[in-house]
Design a protein around this ligand. Structure first.
Ligand code: HEC
Ligand code: HEC
Length: 207
């Protein structure tokens, strides 16, 4: 029964899976499946991202609490978020302006470059981890995966910064309009603030 309700939700909110530029996503995939093309894209992506390092850190491993790691993230998700900043569907004063400098294949190269780097786990508030684990297993695992590594449709959460996770999850829950996704609005609706803190501390320490 729960499965059925879930399926109905998915069908009703299929826009939640928004990867709204299928041509670019197809191209990302085809480059990703060709080792030579992928190598070239990763090398080109590293060059393109020289000024992203100011905020996102060397190799996409952020040193700033409010700025997300990009390393280890799924390339399809990265490409989609770049598109969303570009179109204004996702709001951030810096990112919306900055992302306009990335044209065509550069966006794909950036996505493959960051996806190719391993992201290290961070140290959590250990006392909160068991509660976070329990909530994640109940409410989040079915999309983001057992290890929170995500897949083509869902972002990786493992190893992400606690403050960034808290802010993002809260924005979906409160439907502030900064980030819009129906699946996430539904999934986060039952969470209290302290639940969000616990989940973030669980996620940040996952390898
Ligand atoms: C001035 C600082 C700054 C610079 C420079 C910057 N970013 Fe960001 N970026 C941010 C912040 C802050 C966020 C988180 C926004 C939010 O809270 O939703 C972000 C978010 C992102 C995300 C979404 C990640 C996720 O997990 O959803 C992507 C992708 C991204 N940036 C790519 C880039 C790329 C590519 C560049 C270089 C072309 C870049 N950024 C340069 C500050 C910056
Ligand atoms: C039905 C599928 C689904 C479920 C269940 C779900 N998510 Fe998500 N999640 C998504 C999708 C799709 C996105 C990308 C949304 C977007 O483009 O903004 C996302 C994005 C996120 C992000 C943003 C990642 C980033 O790098 O900015 C966080 C954080 C997150 N989810 C946490 C959670 C947590 C915590 C739960 C459980 C309470 C959860 N999700 C449950 C589908 C789901």
């Amino acid at each position: 029964m729960r499965g059925l309700i879930f399926l109905a939700c998915l069908l009703a909110t299929s826009s939640g899976f928004a990867q709204s530029d299928p041509a670019a996503q197809e191209r990302l995939k085809s480059i990703g499946s060709d080792p030579v093309a992928l190598r070239a894209a990763v090398d080109a992506g590293k060059k393109v991202t020289f000024f992203c390092t100011n905020c996102h850190g060397e190799d996409g491993i952020s040193k700033t609490p409010d700025v997300p790691n990009l390393a280890g993230q799924n390339p399809a998700y990265l490409l989609e978020q770049i598109r969303k900043f570009g179109s204004g569907e996702r709001k951030d004063a810096f990112m919306q302006g900055l992302i306009k400098v990335l044209k065509g294949d550069e966006r794909i190269q950036v996505a493959h470059y960051y996806a190719s780097i391993k992201v290290p786990p961070s140290v959590p508030d250990a006392a909160l981890v068991p509660r976070g684990k329990e909530l994640f297993a109940k409410l989040c695992v079915r999309c983001h995966g057992e290890q929170a590594h995500g897949n083509e449709l869902f972002p990786r959460l493992a190893g992400q910064k606690v403050p960034y996770l808290k802010t993002s999850i809260t924005r979906y829950r409160d439907q502030t309009g900064v980030r819009n996704n129906q699946l996430m609005a539904i999934a986060t609706a039952p969470l209290k603030n302290e639940d969000i803190t616990a989940i973030a501390n669980y996620l940040t320490q996952l390898p």
